[in-house]
Design a protein around this ligand. Structure first.
Ligand code: ACO
Length: 310
């Protein structure tokens, strides 16, 4: 039995915050942000829209796309570092709101790699026949832990949600291989401080990300028994265009085979990979039987990559 993605959905708040808007708020420039990160604008959730609200919007679409009823879900996994509150989990809020009566529910804390950790966890339950349908949501309201006085970080992040329903798929499809990892000794480079603000050593995170993203891409291809030539599409975590480019070059893929949504949404942490997946799928860039590599890195430090056949 193989486990694969059978439905997807995404949600982005309406409010757009452009680089030009940021120029008015702090000592920065559109030129600096664009050339250093590739970001042009990001979406920011209103005060009364919480993480669970965004998660619900994306999840409802993914369940519809999968053609199942919420009551059929066996497990709900929500990857987030910005839950509405420490407990109850966002997953429990979602379970109630969706009416997913028989689903178990928990949150996953692996920062920007959270969606990858969720997909791999879901795969275990499905392939062992314990569960049939698992909902995974990557969702963040990073604006609430952003220090709007710190130009080093404030220009980077955005809010949003992406979701996938996983279930049994035919032989040879679905998740083919994965690579998850962590290096807690790097936790000092990216964390939330006692004032609930993101603290980041950008250069250290940059170096780690370039090295690890490339390595993880190669690992999953090899573990799946594939070669670089077999890869049809790359969906990297959308943190910084220069980091994304490094993994694309490692896979020797042409530019049109890499998802790029960072210019529109900034870094939405655990939501960035599923949001990009949905955008590419809806744009018709992902076709049946395509081999796709998803790869992310984040606070922890953590990383995760998956090779799957659509
Ligand atoms: N506008 C203008 N100038 C700025 C800004 C800004 N928004 N931010 C920093 N600067 C200045 C710095 O103060 C510095 O000035 P100085 O040399 O006088 O001290 C100068 O720009 C250069 O700063 P660098 O840090 O060298 O810039 P760099 O090219 O490394 O780019 C960046 C910084 C974009 C943060 C890069 O290091 C990066 O992308 N790192 C990875 C970050 C990342 O991916 N984080 C997400 C992790 S995922 C998660 O878990 C949330």
């Amino acid at each position: 039995m193989n486990a694969g993605i059978i439905g997807v959905g995404k949600f982005s708040p309406e409010r757009v915050l452009s680089n030009f808007d940021l120029e008015k708020m702090m000592d920065t420039s559109d030129e600096w942000i664009r050339t250093r990160t590739g970001i042009e604008e990001r979406r920011i959730a209103d005060k009364d829209m919480n993480t669970s609200d965004m998660a619900y919007e994306a999840a409802a679409k993914a369940i519809k796309d999968a053609g199942i009823a919420p009551e059929e879900l066996d497990l709900i996994l929500v990857a987030t570092v910005t839950p509405d509150q420490p407990f109850p989990s966002v997953a429990c809020m979602l379970q109630d709101r969706l009416g997913a009566k028989k689903a178990a529910a928990m949150d996953i804390s692996a920062a920007c790699s959270g969606f990858m950790y969720g997909v791999v966890t879901a795969k275990q339950f499905i392939e062992t026949n314990a569960y049939k349908y698992v909902l995974i949501v990557g969702v963040e309201k990073l604006s609430k832990i952003t220090n709007w006085e710190d130009r080093n970080t404030a220009v980077l992040f955005g809010d949003g949600a992406g979701a996938a329903v996983m279930g049994p798929v035919s032989e040879g499809r679905g998740v083919l291989a994965f690579d998850l990892g962590a290096d807690g000794s790097g936790r000092k480079h990216l964390y939330e401080d006692e004032n609930n603000h993101i603290i980041m050593n950008g250069r250290e995170v940059f170096k780690f990300a370039v090295r690890q993203m490339g390595e993880s891409c190669i690992n999953v291809i090899e573990r799946a028994g594939l070669t670089k030539e077999d890869v049809n599409f790359l969906i990297p975590h959308q943190a910084n265009i220069r980091i994304m480019e490094a993994s694309r070059q490692r896979l020797e893929l042409p530019i049109e085979k890499m998802s790029k949504t960072v210019h529109k949404y900034g870094n939405t942490s655990s939501a960035s990979i599923p949001i990009s997946l949905v955008e590419e799928y809806e744009a018709g860039k992902i076709k049946d039987d395509d081999v796709i590599v998803l790869v992310g890195f984040g606070g922890g430090l953590t990383w995760g990559a998956i090779a799957l056949r659509w």
